[in-house]
Design a protein around this ligand. Sequence first.
Ligand SMILES: O=C(O)CCC(=O)C(=O)O
Length: 277
Amino acid sequence: MSTPTTQPEVDPESADILQAVRNDGYAVLRNVIPADEIGAVRDSITQTVSKYSTTPPPNGVVTGLLRKDLSMAPYLTHPRFMTMMTGLFGEHFKISFITGLVNNAGVKRGPMHADWPYNQNAAAKVLSPYPDVMMHMVTMWMLSDYTIENGGTHIIPGSHKRGYAPRFGSNYEPMATYKNEVQMQGKAGDVGIFDARTWHATAENKTNEPRIGVLIRYCPWWLNLKPLTPGSRERRMIVGDDPKGLTAKVEPIPLSVFDTLPENIKPLLNHMVDETC
Ligand SMILES: O=C(O)CCC(=O)C(=O)O
């Protein structure tokens, strides 16, 4: 009789990735979007970001990306990617943020930080020192190569274990260069993944070409995302008006758009549907 196990079985590649994410706080899953399909997705995201970006150039950012662009939809449930996420969070996980990102020539280095819900300036946060629990993963779907020159994200390996992160006014200076930092590098079609606690920073793009990607964050079913939803009662209660924009927002997906998504993605996005439009 076989021994019961509480862990799902994982293939060797996933096992390596899971170990790297647990130990180092980051890893790169190779060749997720097929090479012959990347050009079309990249063109679509580039156009969408240039049309709808909410930040001034040279940064291009579109939050709630699926409201505007569905070109990434077929890839979001790639079997190797899903195996990896299942290994991290179990069977029931969800997308918390989906953002188109174009870092054009001239983007400068940004502050070193941990992401929501660890950002201590946000009203909705996990208090520092935070517990050593994996509860939010950031994935960077690379649509162009990510290199040292064009601004592969700065990452500090192992920093996810610290329970705190740099912020202005703290003992850890966000604009400092840290001696053990590395840059996340990969080819178009790869997916970088890091724990939201891992200290990271936008890197300078020193080339004349944009660095193009889609940033998708994931969490287990139990992480409460309502404080991110504009207009929700819990956001009003916890975050209030937030005039300085300190707590991130994730715009819901209209039901009319959700209905057009591939069936196998819907479980990842059910919680994000705006049934009023
Ligand atoms: O653009 C990047 O490489 C990093 C983006 C980032 O730090 C963030 O969105 O939290």
